[in-house]
Write a protein that binds this ligand. Structure first.
Ligand code: ADP
Ligand code: GLC
Length: 492
């Protein structure tokens, strides 16, 4: 079993903007259960629930003094290093954005530091008495990690995981120079990207093995339609690219044991889901009714197809469906939502902001979860929904297509949700209509719900797939004289 450094920019419950945080807590825990010595490296933002920690190391990286504080990820026992550099990370709000929703202007410097510190730890140059045999870096924020290791004769291999290809960490040439990256890296086969450079591309080119979060998304990103300008790079590395579905933390997401719910229930005893629904309807001011309740939870951005939902909402409301939208995001979506909710207060509720307890209540209290994502690398909400007996209606892309089975397209005996393939608001509506027909047939609906609730979404099998990738990466790990073919000094 291996020593693994897991590098990430967010981890539940300390700091979360999306699914990366969930995965960054639950995957390391699952890998530890398999026997790997996984430790997480995370920037020290002003953390709300920071557990007791002790000082582990202090060193300088360029002009920045860095302190490593050692603690554990709450509820998992996973060792965690918080990388403190107050000048860059001790800021209010979002890890990536300022109070106005604009990227912090020094994001390149901030996350380059994360990568450099990861490389220090990987090379046992951080003053810790621990050295990983393998580094697992996640998303663009950790993308320069393999670049800072590339020319080292004795270095651990790097597995680089793409959770979302849309966020590419793109910056300009002066930023590249300011980071002190070697000029030779400014090349279309390396970091340069249409006159600028990309942290994500760096991870894709220099990572020894690449993974992404579903087999479907792994295929999509190798094609021009899904490759977001990086499909060529990905195709060139497709022999080292693996799609592994995300699992979920069944201790955090479990209707049998969820402290946020007014009642607990299970696949065998689903009766009290009704109480959760009643409680949600009351809280939203909908009053008591047997009309179906549909939920949407997610970032209010184009990726999530929220515009398709907004377009379909008047028709959905007309059908008598009650809808609750929980999300945080762009004003071009929040404004029409607010307006529609004001017009239909007993059928549409919009909860703006990021609220963990509401996410649980909406997941449990809804009959249907709407997830019309334009693209979805994996998606966790449909997995949480199915576990809570909430039937997903999804656009069949990426991880949604890999996890949701439609009764009209596959064996109804094993179906667990509804899938539309055409990328339009009208397709969402007609598929919701199909779902509503099933909703009127109690025994069919119970079976859909049961199939969803009894599906295996745990990390058990999926962590084994990472274990296999780790073994492959270690088997052909870089040796002296066998450094990365593109190895180039990364600068100071
Ligand atoms: P993504 O990572 O693209 O945002 P995922 O489905 O993988 O999508 O994960 C989203 C995670 O964020 C889930 O855990 C979901 O419950 C949570 N989430 C999203 N928006 C909110 C919100 N407004 N309030 C609470 N939780 C949210
Ligand atoms: C990203 C993706 C989402 C995925 C999550 C965790 O944010 O958008 O589909 O589930 O990462 O891997």
């Amino acid at each position: 079993m291996s020593r693994v450094l897991f590098v990430t920019s967010e981890a539940y419950p300390l700091v979360k903007t999306g699914g990366l945080a969930d995965v960054s807590a639950s995957l390391p825990a699952a890998l530890r259960a398999l026997g790997h010595d996984v430790r997480v490296l995370l920037p020290a933002y002003p953390l709300t629930q920071a557990p007791a920690s002790h000082h582990a190391a202090r060193f300088s990286v360029g002009r920045y003094a860095v302190d490593l504080w050692q603690t554990t990820l709450p509820d998992t026992g996973v060792p965690l290093w918080l990388m403190a550099c107050p000048e860059l990370f001790d800021r209010p709000g979002n890890p990536y954005l300022d109070a106005h929703g604009v990227d912090w202007p020094d994001n390149a410097t901030r996350f380059d530091l994360l990568c450099r510190v990861a490389a220090r730890i990987a090379l046992r140059q951080a003053g810790l008495d621990w050295q990983p045999e393998l580094v697992h870096a996640n998303d663009w924020q950790a993308g320069l990690t393999p670049v800072h290791l590339a020319n080292q004769p004795y270095r651990p291999p790097v597995v680089f995981t793409v959770h979302n290809l849309a966020y590419q960490g793109i910056f300009d040439r002066p930023t590249f120079d300011a980071l002190g990256l070697a000029p030779a890296l400014w090349h279309p086969d390396r970091l340069e990207y249409y006159g600028r450079f990309s942290f994500l591309k760096a991870g894709l080119v220099y990572g020894d093995w690449l993974t992404t979060v579903s087999p479907g998304y792994a295929r999509e990103i190798c094609a021009p339609e899904g490759g977001m300008g990086l499909d060529g790079v990905l195709r060139a590395r497709s022999d080292r690219l693996e799609g592994i579905l995300n699992g979920i933390d069944t201790r955090v997401w479990s209707p049998e044991d969820d402290p946020y719910l007014p009642a607990q229930y299970s696949a065998r005893h689903p009766g009290d889901k009704r109480r959760c629904r009643y409680d949600l309807a009351e809280a939203l001011g909908f009053g008591h009714s047997d009309a179906p309740m549909a939920g949407f939870i997610g970032r209010l951005v184009a990726q999530k197809g929220i515009d398709w939902l907004i377009e379909a909402l008047p028709a959905i409301i007309q059908r008598g469906v009650r809808v609750v939208v929980l999300g945080d995001g762009e004003a071009r979506y929040t404004e029409p939502l607010r307006q529609l909710a004001a017009e239909h207060p007993r059928q549409l509720a919009v909860i703006l902001g990021y609220h963990e307890p509401w996410a649980h209540r909406v997941t449990a209290g809804s009959d249907l979860l709407l997830m019309p994502s334009r693209y979805e690398p994996c998606g966790l909400n449909q997995l949480y929904a199915m576990r809570y007996g909430t039937v997903p209606v999804v656009h069949g892309v990426g991880g949604l297509a890999d996890t949701v089975r439609d009764p009209d397209r596959s064996d109804p005996a094993t179906a667990n949700g509804f899938v539309f393939t055409e990328a339009t608001s009208a397709a969402l509506l007609t598929t919701l209509d199909r779902a509503l027909v099933w909703f009127q047939r109690p025994s069919d609906w119970r079976r859909l719900r049961y199939n969803g609730m009894t599906g295996d979404y745990s990390w058990t099998m999926r962590a084994r797939a990472y274990d296999t990738v780790y073994r492959q990466a270690l088997a052909d790990r870089p040796r002296p004289g066998n450094t990365h073919p593109e190895a180039i000094a990364a600068g100071s």
